[in-house]
Design a protein. Sequence first.
Length: 259
Amino acid sequence: MSKCIACWLDDAINLDRPRLQTSNSRFNVLECRHCGLQWADPMPTQDELDAYYRTYYQRKKDRSLAQVKNALAKNVLEKVGWYKVRHLTFMHLINRHHPTKGVLLDYGCGEGQMLRVAKNDGWKVIGVDYSDEFAEALRADGIEFHAASDLRSSGIAPDSIDCLVAKHVIEHIVVLEQFLSDCRTVLKPDGIMAIKMPSRTSLRARLGLAKWHFVNPPEHQWGFQPYCFRLLMESHGFEVLYLKDSLIVDELTSIVGVR
């Protein structure tokens, strides 16, 4: 794919293999000269995605040295309340843009932390994830859960969602145009999307303190910064209501509405 799906120009340059992959990688990274959107070329196959994501959370518990270090860091951050503060701050931003609350769908919900925060805040919540590894725990907490490889096959009814959360999700999705169309289908006319994604213009990325923002298939298919993300949303029928790079985390946060 050489045409950019954000600005629709066919003017991409090949940046060579993904920075986090070895020289025998079959993937390249393309970047639009106009807007800066980056993407994997070719995109991963369905078999590659299935193999990678169906045990995605279990692999994070593997006992390699890197995984042990990550687990220790996560435990420390959990104990000091870092994740809780992040979820509550994101929930506050969502409520500012949709104060009447309603039905919140977390696509790529993982363990369900955001769902539990939203439920406690008065939202009716639904979780969707590629993996069903946490399905039993979520349903035990009274949370509706759907395991699905995409939004279209999840069984979510059209015009039924007030807020669709996609927290570090869109960079993973291969057919991003279809996903955004499916989001518009399930959202109510006054619904919003609350999105977080890695950003190569975040402070940590600029300082070389993070690698999260790199295109790295079959995990991350896309690379974003504010300008190309705004073009992407506007060219697919959304209005950008809020857009901000983080000073602390390697991410970009946005709220968009259906236009």
